[in-house]
Design a protein around this ligand. Structure first.
Ligand code: ADP
Length: 630
């Protein structure tokens, strides 16, 4: 059957490098977590040998001298050591559990932090989301990726210590000689047996995990299909939980459509699907073979140890010691080799993780201070100018903005109008430095904005984007965009934005939770109300530039008219940019910029632009006016 992941297998060297890199990443962030886990596994790997050793001494004494004094001493030591081991284990486990609480989420935080620190251009790039989605699918579907690194390192360390403990209790098996009186069995003293035993242990310990890894590789190599199955389940399986889809699901009965999709027998996880077939065939066969190989090795060990004891090389007590420690030893080798194979399989998934985590931030971030002007309520003398700015979205051959020259007049209200796709939102994204121009420059008080400290520059803007989002915090926290907000200022902004009447009906005022995620008393708000809250948030920030991208699209006509009437008051003496494709909504602005196919084609007052019968504004105005007139 065809491999579907398309992943190139990595060499052992590459796999080692990428696993070490992942280990360093996690270790640097969570050293205590690793330390606690490592100490736990070392303790767990070594302590069973204390029991094995003491049991062997007791059995030996029972089968030979039977001295009550010695026996009592041995039993006491066994009990005390068992108690100490349990006590230390309990302490280590508690420490580990404390350090590892929420570990899965902590590891996921690495991705969240990367997303938050990323250039907006990368966030906006669909390839970034495809990568992240595949990483998540690998993680949720097969447990592959960053989180697996923790378990793998744990297993490697545990195996190494199991080997150390096992070797130290086994070494005398080959030193203790069968006496001459044993006749033919003295051949067991031949040093070749040491060589044969070590060789057999390595061969079998290699074969067993190799078979298991072969079974596992069916999943790893077909991660593409596995992920697709998980994505389908993720979407269709949770359809009923999606509030945003509830209306469409009911009207178009999409549940039955999805049920068909999920219940298919030949689907990825169906009873005749690819993974079911593999489980019945090669995956099952390799798994069974892997288990049998270990059993064969244990059998051979028992035969050798018993023969040597029978021939008189040692007593019955040591039989248990050798048999138990060799079995553990072979388990350690198996686990070591198995984990190495698993790390190699996981390396291809880690490669993708690092491709995502190492997406470079290419945006130039200067260090010039924005200046001593207060970002308080006012334009503050900040003057911005677009100088011959052209822009193409990454991966797009077409220009979305072309040779735009424009100066903002400090403290004035500028409307930006144009048909859909004319470049209005792109213009705002460049202004707010979500993207940098492909050609040309944007200047703040005569200096390229790339020279300024990025965070300081961004502080100059208060924006309501078309697809703004509110959070499931309190109303006041949404407006203040912080936990501790100024209650009076938040209320004032909400009233200015036309939310006053609704606010008065809220029992808990600005302390009312939005949505029900964190509070049973949380309220849902309509699209128009949400837009008013977003507008209030813009006002609260009190930045010198206020940018509103279609801010009234979800408002009813009365609310919209109120916002226009009060707009001068709302915006105060800040520089305001107002985007709308409904031209009638822009008449109140002093200055109107008309965009067409990415170019700034006209600029002026409504009166001036509507008088130019050959202009784009005239054409758009008349096209829209038709609807109202008819
Ligand atoms: P408007 O706001 O006037 O409707 P936009 O600024 O959103 O127009 O879009 C201008 C052009 O840029 C359109 O052709 C649009 O398809 C393209 N565009 C917008 N966003 C992206 C993007 N993220 N990637 C590629 N092209 C885009």
């Amino acid at each position: 059957m065809k491999r579907t992941s398309g992943k190139k297998r990595l060499s052992w060297k590459e796999a080692y490098k990428i696993n070490s890199k992942a280990f360093r990443l996690l270790w640097n962030r969570y050293p205590q977590m690793f330390l606690s886990r490592i100490l736990c596994v070392i303790w767990d790997a070594l302590t069973p040998y204390a029991g094995i050793y003491m049991s062997a001494l007791i059995i030996e004494e029972l089968s030979s001298g039977r001295n009550p004094e010695i026996l009592t001493r041995l039993v006491l030591i066994t009990l005390i050591s068992a108690a100490v081991i349990s006590l230390v284990s309990a302490f280590l486990i508690k420490w580990r559990d404390e350090k590892c609480a929420g570990m899965y989420f902590k590891v996921n935080q690495i991705f969240t932090k990367k997303l938050l620190d990323m250039d907006f251009a990368s966030i906006d790039d669909v390839k970034t989301h495809e990568k992240l989605s595949t990483i998540k699918q690998n993680q949720n579907g097969g447990g592959w990726g960053l989180y697996r690194v923790i378990g793998n390192y744990e297993s490697i360390i545990s195996s190494v210590f199991t080997l150390i403990g096992g070797c130290s209790l086994t070494v005398t098996l080959f030193i203790r000689q069968v006496p001459e009186s044993a006749g033919a069995l003295t051949s067991l003293n031949n040093p070749l047996f040491i060589f044969a035993a070590v060789l057999a242990m390595f061969v079998i310990a290699y074969v067993s995990p190799a078979l298991s890894n072969k079974a596992g590789s069916y999943y790893a190599d077909r991660a593409g299909s596995h992920n697709l199955g998980n994505r389908l389940f993720g979407f269709y399986g949770w359809l009923g939980y999606r509030k945003d889809l509830a209306t469409d699901v009911r009207i178009y009965r999409q549940d039955s459509f999805c049920a068909k999709f999920l219940n298919t027998k030949t689907g990825v996880f169906g009873s005749n699907g690819i993974f079911a077939k593999y489980a019945r065939g090669p995956i099952g066969a390799y798994g069974a073979a892997a288990a049998s190989v270990s059993v064969i090795f244990t059998g051979l060990v028992y035969v050798f140890v018993c023969l040597k004891a029978w021939a008189g090389a040692f007593g019955v007590g040591l039989i248990t010691q050798y048999a138990a420690s060799i079995t553990k030893l072979s388990g350690g080798v198996s686990s070591l080799i198995g984990t190495a194979g698993d790390m190699k399989n996981n390396a291809a998934f880690l490669k993708l993780v690092f491709e995502f985590l190492e997406i470079p931030n290419t945006m130039r971030k200067g260090c010039l201070r924005v200046g001593g002007r207060a970002c308080g309520d006012g334009a503050g003398g900040y003057e911005i100018e677009f100088k011959d700015v052209s822009f193409k979205y990454p991966g797009n051959d077409e220009y979305s903005l072309k040779n735009v020259n424009m100066k903002f007049r400090v403290g004035e209200k500028l409307a930006v109008v144009g048909q859909n796709g004319s470049g209005k939102t792109t213009f705002i994204k460049l202004l707010c430095r979500l993207y940098d121009p492909t050609e040309g420059a944007i200047l703040l008080n005569g200096t390229d904005i790339r020279e300024y400290d990025y965070l300081e520059y961004v502080k100059l803007f208060s924006v309501v984007f078309q697809d703004f989002k509110l959070f499931a915090f309190t109303l006041g926290q949404n407006v203040g965009a912080r936990v501790a907000y100024d209650k009076a200022a938040a209320e004032n902004c909400l009233r200015k934005a036309g939310f006053g009447e609704r606010l008065d009906k809220m029992e808990d005022g600005t302390e009312t939770y939005l949505y029900k995620d964190f509070s049973k008393k949380g309220v849902d708000v309509s699209g128009g109300e949400a837009q008013k809250i977003a507008l209030a948030r813009t006002l609260y920030k009190a930045a010198p530039f206020i940018v509103l991208d279609e801010p009234t699209a979800a408002l009813d006509p009365i609310a919209e008219a109120e916002i226009y009437e009060d707009f001068n008051d709302i915006a105060g003496n800040r520089t305001a940019v107002y985007i709308n494709h409904r031209l009638s909504s822009c008449r109140f602005c002093d200055d109107i910029a008309v965009f067409h196919k990415g170019r700034l084609v006209q600029r002026g007052s409504h009166e001036k632009l509507s008088a130019d019968a050959n202009g784009k504004y005239y054409e758009l105005w008349n096209a829209q006016a038709q609807y109202y007139n008819s």
